[in-house]
Design a protein around this ligand. Structure first.
Ligand code: SF4
Length: 503
């Protein structure tokens, strides 16, 4: 008789409180900046914590070997990334050392896409490696205070969650500064240097964060204290030293797409942000903060649908709306500390309204209706010349939004849109497709720049002479107001004309 081994769901072994000093918590999936700050927040709570190495092309092959063939490319990359790391540690220290000394923390949720099942892929891969007793823990993105994990070694409470959220927000703000500065830096490498110094400084800020109480007092302190805004004001001073030349018409490219793929900086998305910069573009990076705002909006939508059957739904909607206002207010407060240089968050109601004719807001997989909403938001508000949407191979939600975008483009044929399918091993094809649209975006930015010079009667030489008399204009922290053009150089010309009294 053949013995059938039935499926059993993975349950992590207990992680006991007394093991905390010897177990390193691994995490990943963000940029190195976000991860370093999250590490600071975890060190602050006396966890040993370490980000996984950045995803590499080789991780794709490792992942493909161990999980199901239909998995989407972010699942394959991230699983391969964890497994490559564990394999190398097993080689160095042996299997028992790895299962005892490491645990992995990852975000989890339920939902129609694979995001709700990443941990299943991880456990399938661990089974394949004979590491099933390695411990994986899920950080539920819908619960701020999950309490202690089995054994009490990991406590996902408010000090823990607030630290991670604030680290993510600060990581987003720094990333905005980085991408708006580097294309215009006068001395190559300066942005990178200041960025690294800022991240290290903020790491210390998070590591030394005072913890006031355990429950809601902690959250109140994060919301009201000057601790983080003061630190960001210091960061702004660091960025003030960078000299920029904004008189370079560069197409602005807004990056959208699947959450992991758009956030990632490396082989997982063909390093497309750096590649676009090298091709002469300025990138608008996708902040993770928008995703957190979207989660709040999704909750409001669900509650609104219940109004007729739940008498308290109205009150709950009001409560979540207040939370959303507090959240957005906090983000703006942090932005203000950086001179309002980082981009503001798009209004979620507007994203929903713009996407509504093309994509139903209750289709909640992946980024939901935000992909369509963000493209139209950038188009209507003239924030970017071109949208580059990073779509993972084998991703159901993204395939739907690309289909919906065909309808959008039928109505807005001048919207420059480059949907790039990323499967990890078709780089030349993806980048050449992006380059075609970028060529058109370059023509547009040059045209609007020439028109701005003609309209204002200014010349490059006249602006250069004015800059000599006003050196603050060439600082990275000088804020150029948006004057209705996507291009930084064009808005700069209009702004100088206004300052000179020519408009
Ligand atoms: S959104 Fe797509 S790529 Fe991302 S986890 Fe879901 S299915 Fe995978």
């Amino acid at each position: 008789m053949e013995t059938v081994t039935h499926y059993t769901a993975y349950r992590p072994r207990p992680f006991r409180r007394e093991e905390r000093e010897k177990v390193t918590i691994l995490f990943g999936g963000l940029t190195w900046k976000h991860e370093r700050l999250v590490q600071g927040a975890l060190h602050n709570l006396n966890y040993k914590a370490e980000p996984l190495p950045n995803v590499s092309r080789a991780d794709l092959d490792v992942g493909k070997e161990l999980i199901d063939v239909g998995a989407c490319c972010p699942t394959i990359f991230t699983t391969g990334n964890l497994i490559s790391f564990l394999k190398s540690k097993v080689q160095d220290h042996g299997r028992d050392y790895v299962v005892d000394r490491y645990a992995f923390l990852t975000a989890g949720a339920c939902g129609p896409c694979r995001f709700g099942q990443y941990h299943e892929s991880y456990t399938m891969a661990l089974d394949g490696l004979g590491l099933r007793d390695f411990r994986l823990f899920l950080l539920d993105q819908n619960q701020l205070d999950q309490g202690a994990a089995n054994g009490g070694g990991l406590e996902i409470n408010l000090p823990f969650t607030a630290g991670i959220i604030w680290a993510i927000l600060c990581g987003d703000l720094l990333t905005d500064l980085e991408y708006m500065t580097r294309p215009y830096e006068v001395h190559p490498g300066e942005t990178e240097r200041v960025l690294r110094d800022s991240v290290e400084y903020l790491y210390e800020v998070f590591r030394n964060r005072p913890i006031r109480g355990k429950k809601w007092r902690v959250l109140a302190w994060h919301l009201l204290s000057d601790y983080f805004t003061g630190a960001l004001r210091r960061v702004k001073k660091m960025w003030e030293t960078i000299e920029v030349d904004r008189l370079q018409p560069k197409p602005k490219v807004k990056i959208t797409g699947e959450f992991w793929l758009q956030t990632h900086e490396g082989d997982g998305n063909y390093n497309i942000k750096r590649w676009l910069e090298q091709e002469g573009a300025e990138i608008i990076p996708p902040p993770i903060a928008v995703w957190l705002d979207y989660l709040l909006r999704s909750n409001i939508q669900k509650l609104e649908d219940k109004r007729e059957v739940d008498k308290r739904a109205g009150r709950k909607v009001a409560l979540v709306r207040t939370l959303q206002r507090v959240y957005r207010g906090t983000y703006n407060r942090l932005r203000r500390a950086l001179g309002n240089l980082p981009y503001e968050l798009p209004n979620q109601d507007e994203l929903r309204r713009l996407a509504a004719p093309y994509f139903h807001n209750r289709l909640a997989g992946g980024e939901g209706d935000m992909l369509v909403g963000k493209a139209l938001y950038a188009y209507h508000h003239k924030k970017a010349h071109m949208i580059c949407e990073l779509s993972p191979y084998s991703c159901m939600p993204n395939t739907m939004s690309i289909g919906a975008m065909a309808n959008v483009l039928g109505q807005y044929p001048d919207l420059l849109y480059a949907p790039i399918e990323i499967k990890g091993d078709a780089e030349v094809h993806a980048l050449s497709r992006c380059q075609m649209i970028l060529t058109e975006a370059k023509k547009r930015v040059q045209q609007e720049f020439d028109e701005a010079l003609a309209k204002t009667g200014l010349t490059i030489e006249a602006i250069r002479r004015y800059e000599e008399r006003h050196p603050e204009l060439r600082r990275a922290t000088y804020r150029v107001p948006h004057r209705g053009y996507p291009g930084t150089a064009t808005n700069y010309v209009i702004h100088i004309a206004e300052r000179m009294g020519k408009m």
